[in-house]
Design a protein around this ligand. Sequence first.
Ligand SMILES: CC(C)(COP(=O)(O)OP(=O)(O)OC[C@H]1O[C@@H](n2cnc3c(N)ncnc32)[C@H](O)[C@@H]1OP(=O)(O)O)[C@@H](O)C(=O)NCCC(=O)NCCS
Length: 162
Amino acid sequence: MSLGPMDHDDDIDRIMEVMAGAFAPEYGEAWNRRQITDALLLPSTRYCLIGARGSFDVTDDEPVAGFALTRAIVDEEELLLFAVLPQYRRKGLGATLLAEVIARARSRGVSRMFLEMRRNNPAGKLYTGFGFQNIGVRPGYYRTAGGQRLDALTQELQISDK
Ligand SMILES: CC(C)(COP(=O)(O)OP(=O)(O)OC[C@H]1O[C@@H](n2cnc3c(N)ncnc32)[C@H](O)[C@@H]1OP(=O)(O)O)[C@@H](O)C(=O)NCCC(=O)NCCS
């Protein structure tokens, strides 16, 4: 779903609810509300929510479980943020959400999707299952709150041959 900037205050609340619970603080990956609001002012930035029962059109009747945020650049799209709240994990919601994000990208004519992740993030198993492949490493790119250096892996999914 991608709405105009005036329309999505409730959805920004939902995104922030997931943000607050889904990202381990040591990695400093969560964005603040201002960063989300500013990102969504750009028409190239899109989000998709998923509710606890698997709906993409989340209303007040269904708790929000997760979200994805993407940015399109010509015919490529980058997965900027992707998260499911801990209490809803391992039920297939992350996979359902990622499948929807990829389907929406494909329907807009996107040919490749990219993402960047910490090496050894369990999310990597999910990405690999969808066909994402490692195309680059930035050694020691992330630094944890405790000062540990972690590699960043760039992954790509070919969506069409265009
Ligand atoms: C990554 C994340 C979104 C996955 O959400 P989820 O709803 O649990 O994902 P699913 O239940 O759809 O998992 C699908 C498959 O991915 C793999 N997977 C997902 N989480 C995993 C984990 N913690 N450990 C091992 N495999 C995992 C499994 O193969 C799983 O299938 P299975 O449960 O049948 O074994 C969630 O763990 C999360 O929000 N993590 C914190 C934020 C984050 O790191 N985001 C990614 C940044 S790059």
